[in-house]
Structures are given as C-alpha cells and as structure tokens.
Ligand binder design. Structure first.
Ligand code: GP9
Ligand code: MN
Length: 430
C-alpha cells in the first residue's frame, strides 16, 4: 500500500500547476453557487429550433462582461453519470471504470472534497439542493464524507401530483423553493443546485412549456430541446433572484453541463438538426458532441471565451485557485483551466481522449481541427502514444486512489479528516 500511495503522491507533484496570478484569489471569501445543468450539451447554446432560441438566457451569459466561458470543455463521466460529475467536480478524482463510485465505495472512503476544504480554509457552510429522494446515487451517505452541512432533497420541497416530472421536483420549483433555505445559510456558503427536468426521457407537458418539439423520427431527440429551454428559463429566474437579492455580487457562480442528454446510439437521429448527414456521422462527431458548457460568473473576472481544452476533472483546482486556496497539498487530478501551461489532453472515462491535435475515440483516430480520419505517420504515432499514456496514467491513479481508499493514509497539511458521523440530513432514509 505505501508503494501505491507513493505512485499517487508522485503523480500529484508532477501534475500540479501553480495558480495563474492574474486570477488567484479574485473571488476570495465569496459565496460559491454551483448550477449543475442536467444532461446539457454544448450544442444547445446558440441553437435555434423553428427560429426560437433554445437557451436565450445562457446565450446572454456568453456575452456578459462578468462571465468567463469555455467552449472546448468536455464531460468525462462513466456509468455513474451525474454522480461521476459530482465526484470529479468536488473530489478532483474520476468516477470508476464501471459502476458508480457514489453507489459503491464512496461512503466508506476517506474523501477530501470541496465542502470540507472550504469549511476548513474559509469557514464556508455547504448545502446541496436537489429534488430527488435522498438515497438516489447514495447521496445521503456520500455527502457526509464530502462534509456537506445540509442536503435539501425531495422531502424539503412541496410534493403535489403536479410538482414533479421525471425523477424529481421541476427545476423552476426547485430553484424557487430553495430560496427560503438559501436565505438562512450563513455566508460565505458553498451551494450546489442539481437540476433534473432536462433528464431522459425529457418529458414536459405543454402546460409547463410552449416550446416546440423537434421533428425527427426520434421522440427523445425531439423532446430534448423543450426541457433544455425549460432549464434555461429556470436558471434565468434564479439569476433574477440572485441579482435582486444582492447575492450575485458576493458570489461566484459556476454553471456546467454534467454529460450528454442524447446518447451516441441516437446521434444519427440528431445529426440533421446539427446540419450533418446521418450516414456520415462518425466517432469524430460522437467525440465532439461530448462538449458541455462551463461558465464562471464573477463580477471581478474579465469575461470572454477561453478556448483551452479541458474537462470536469479540471474544475476543482480552477475554482479553489479563484477563491485563493492553493491546491498544492491536495490530491486533485485536474489542472487549473486558467494556467496556459496546462496539459490539454482530455481523458474520457473509457480511455478515449481528445486534444487540440488528436481525437482518439473508441479506437478511431482523427485530426481534431479538421475532423478528417487519421492514418498517423511515425511522429504522430509517437505523439499519440504519449497522449494515451498521459490519459492512462491519470485514470489509473484515480482508480488506485478510489479503489484502495488511499487517502486514509494521506492527510494534506492543515486539513482535518472529515467525520461523517457529524452529519445528518432530515428524513434521509425514506
Ligand atoms: C438523479 C439525477 C440524475 O437524482 O441526478 O442522475 P443521472 O441519471 O443523470 O446520473
Ligand atoms: Mn446527469
């Protein structure tokens, strides 16, 4: 075991890149609000269906002077889907190669997650808002290991026959009803909102939305745009609240899509809507649509679009550095998106990868810039092998940490291990 831990700590040293001085600490002491856009892919932004913008509010953020957004940001989830996204964003490690870290071993592991780090370094109070039952993805247990003070789940919200769709409380109701809890949180707080309405099968009645359905032979694809539009409206309403309440100016808001909504086996049905031919749709296209939005709202940040290639694993060091917390001592496998020295080889959970140069997806190779299929020459073979090794190392180190619960043997200087017994959430065992 010490040998494995050594491997991990050596990787941590090698992988760490220092904060960018221009950004370090610009959001120090501010509230953090994370908005998890369920199943939300990047192609929805600036997309029009029947002449109607699907996401007018999120589009407006792309042009907001306080918003820094990333247009080459990829999700990196595996079978754990939402829970994998949560794992990456808050622990700096990946989900597991199979199954869900949350549902299997996370509740027994030592975890050094964002809520605990922020509590200890900045006296933050932390809370999750999510309108599904507490036990889904085993959140009620895992959040205790993360150090979450509060978990506002299904039982905290009005439940009427009409208040739910899909797996939980409709997004507009989730945000609306969360405010009464949010207002009682001591500041600074770290608050995460996990939306749900834009989730497979993307059902939402015309009572809740007049947004048109698309017109392909695939009804899942057709419905996706309406629920995405509903999600956009719900985030808009929440932002209006943040603005009028004055919270917005004291907060950094992180908005991201957790993973695809349209799975690869439906992409050929989606193709015509993206002006692509279904026949020519290939693994390059499959890779490119794994982009998801990533945006940071902060009134002290210089807005714009950053083109660096990055992924969900990179969020935690980026955010902590904005908050003025160095990540040197933590085992976090990403790299700050704001440091140009970072590696831009982005691992998918199945060891496929994408970089500005190469796309290697399910065994097929492409030139990322042009999309043409690649028969690599010798130099390219070398570079691709090197990239693949980077990807394998990163994922393997993550699996070593999580499968062997290695962080129980390593406590970062100045960090106190979390005791899950200190936490309990109302009605968490329905
Ligand atoms: C469930 C929700 C959806 O509570 O977060 O999870 P997913 O199916 O996307 O993993
Ligand atoms: Mn999800």
């Amino acid at each position: 075991i010490p040998k494995d831990l050594n491997t991990v700590l050596e990787y941590k040293e090698k992988n760490y890149i220092e904060p960018n001085k221009k950004y370090y600490g610009i959001a120090k002491g501010k509230n953090v609000i994370i908005i998890h856009l369920e199943s939300f892919q990047q192609f929805l932004l600036n997309y029009k269906l029947d002449g109607r913008e699907v996401t007018p509010f999120l589009n407006s953020l792309l042009n907001n002077k306080n918003v820094l957004s990333f247009d080459n940001f990829f999700h990196q989830v595996g079978q754990g889907k939402t829970s994998d996204a949560e794992t990456m964003l808050e622990t700096g490690t990946f989900g597991l190669p199979q199954g869900s870290f949350f549902s299997s071993i996370a509740q027994d592991n030592t975890i050094q997650a964002a809520p605990a780090i922020l509590q200890q370094k900045g006296d933050y109070t932390s809370a999750v808002f999510h309108g599904n039952t507490a036990g889904f993805w085993n959140r009620n247990n895992v959040y205790k290991n993360f150090g979450y003070d509060y978990f506002f789940h299904n039982d905290y919200f009005y439940n009427t026959p009409d208040s739910k769709v899909n797996l939980g409380i409709k997004d507009k109701l989730l945000f609306g009803e969360s405010i009464k809890y949010l207002e009682h949180l001591p500041q600074p707080f770290y608050a995460k909102f996990i939306t749900i309405t834009n989730h497979m099968n993307f059902e939402l009645s015309s009572k809740d939305s007049d947004f048109p359905l698309a017109d392909t032979k695939d009804n899942v694809v057709n419905r996706y745009f309406r629920t995405a539009n509903y999600l956009d409206e719900s985030v808009h309403e929440f932002f209006n609240y943040l603005q009028t309440s004055g919270l917005l100016k004291n907060s950094v808001v992180v908005i991201y899509g957790d993973h695809f909504g349209i799975s690869n086996d439906r992409n050929k049905n989606l193709a015509p809507l993206l002006n692509k031919s279904s026949e020519e749709w290939n693994n390059y296209n499959n890779a490119m649509v794994q982009r998801v939005p990533f945006m940071i709202y902060d009134e002290g940040i210089k807005g714009g679009v950053n083109h660096t290639f990055g992924g969900e694993i990179d969020v935690l060091p980026t955010l902590l550095h904005l908050l003025g917390i160095d990540t040197k001592n933590y085992v976090q496998l990403g790299q700050d998106l704001l440091n140009p020295k970072r590696s831009q080889v982005i691992a998918f959970r199945n060891h496929s990868f994408v970089s500005p140069k190469y796309t290697s997806y399910d065994g097929d190779l492409y030139d990322t810039a042009t999309g043409s299929e690649l028969t690599p020459d010798e130099t390219q073979i070398k570079e691709i092998k090197k990239d693949q090794k980077k990807v394998n190392d990163k994922l393997n180190v993550s699996d070593l940490i999580n499968n062997s619960n290695l962080l129980r043997f390593y406590t970062p200087a100045g960090f106190k291990p979390v005791d899950p017994n200190n936490y309990n959430y109302m009605n968490e065992y329905p």
